[in-house]
Design a protein around this ligand. Structure first.
Ligand code: SAH
Length: 362
């Protein structure tokens, strides 16, 4: 009955105050404390609605753990470092990172784990998986402690709420969520605006009919992370599907049971995402004290970090079935048919520091 409760909550809100932004719709649908998609279930993995890179193979998290270790070395091996993950899901990535980190005991001992997570259901999974690492949880990034930090975010930014703006003639309209005559949720247009300050300059003269997606939450989070990196030193790694900012058009979508799902149907029952605008993230993260790298293709990034060598090593001790599994995971993570090109990797580092691993030529 959850579905209808969330639908009713949204309907009531719209009846009371008029159409809501898509950002409000996404936020309530994904993170409502009782009925939100991430709050009430564990959507990840083979049996869930989608599968993420760390759930495909341990190699992904291991390489990122070594990435974090090199960033720590570049910082001069501080005795304390905050290892932060945004949206850690089932904590598979963090667990694999920490296992790889334990190869360098002085790094391992320096780490305090911080998890930014809104979902009570996933926090419970994370608490179990990472029990021995005593992580600290945060509702959002604003409560992260001062000090050098390495931040990782895999498939986090695509879940952040976006707004959509549509050009018609010489006006911009915001696409809002309202109610159809039969009471179903549907897209409606805001009153026309001749100037819209949220539409990036690069799209200001877009042709008639263009729809532009803007994620303010992503830009403000990244700006705060860049501030922390600039002030205390460290790095951030952002991995997601997305584009470099030149893209216009609708990428907002719903996914349920590994299939597309109409995004305004059954809020709270399907994952809602939009492609990440890495151009906007770079703009927000580039300050006097920081530098951004990429985005580069996930396949290129993982290959530069040595995923093929890691796969070869794992295959030495594996039986035939496991060898086939490793080979298939490698292909899914790196090939163009898999996640290798669609998924992109961007990093943030402190200015005047060497580039983080994997971005030497990016
Ligand atoms: N990084 C994991 C999980 C990705 S799913 C992996 O790669 O497998 C998205 C994660 O972000 C989930 O843990 C979800 O609960 C969390 N999340 C979504 N929106 C959030 C928000 N606004 N604030 C904090 N966490 C959020």
């Amino acid at each position: 009955m959850d579905t209808f409760e969330l639908q009713d909550i949204l309907r009531r809100e719209i009846r009371l105050q008029g159409p809501i932004t898509l950002a409000r719709y996404m936020d309530v649908s994904l993170t409502h404390p009782d009925h939100g998609y991430y709050s009430k279930q564990d959507p990840l993995g083979r049996a869930g609605d989608f599968i993420t890179a760390p759930e495909i193979s341990q190699m992904f998290g291991e390489l990122i753990g070594l990435w974090a270790c090199v960033v720590w070395q570049q910082l001069g091996q501080p005795t304390a470092i905050n290892l932060v993950e945004l949206g850690p899901g089932r904590a598979t990535l963090m667990a694999d990172m920490l296992r790889a980190a334990s190869l360098v005991p002085s790094f391992s001992e320096a780490i305090t784990v911080h998890l930014v997570e809104t979902s009570p259901a996933l926090r419970a999974v994370q608490a179990e998986v990472l029990a021995s690492n005593k992580p600290e949880w945060h509702d959002n990034d604003t409560t992260l402690p001062a000090g050098p930090l390495v931040i990782i975010a895999n498939e986090f930014f695509d879940a952040l709420p976006i707004r959509q703006f549509e050009r018609r003639g010489s006006f911009w309209y915001e696409r809002l969520v309202g109610l159809a005559e039969d009471g179903q949720l549907c897209f409606v247009h805001s009153p026309p605006q001749s100037v819209n300050p949220m539409v990036p300059d690069s799209h200001k003269n877009a042709p008639d009919g263009t729809i532009v997606e803007v994620c303010l939450a992503a830009s403000s989070i990244v700006a705060r992370l860049a501030d922390a990196i600039g002030q205390y030193g460290g790095g951030a790694l952002i991995i997601d599907y997305g584009h470099d900012g030149r893209h216009a058009g609708v990428t907002f979508q719903g996914v349920k049971d590994h299939r597309f799902h109409p995004p305004l149907k059954r809020p709270g029952d399907a994952d809602l995402t939009a492609h990440v605008d890495f151009g906007a993230l770079s703009t927000a993260a580039n300050t006097v004290y920081t530098k951004t790298y990429g985005p580069i293709a996930q396949g290129t990034f993982l290959e530069t970090l040595g995923i093929r060598e890691r796969a070869d090593k794992l295959m030495v001790k594996a039986d035939a079935a496991l060898r086939a599994e490793i080979r298939s995971a490698l292909a899914r993570l790196t090939s163009t048919e898999g996640m290798g090109t669609l998924f992109k990797v961007m990093a943030i580092g402190k200015s005047k520091m060497p580039p983080p691993p994997g971005f030497e030529i990016a």
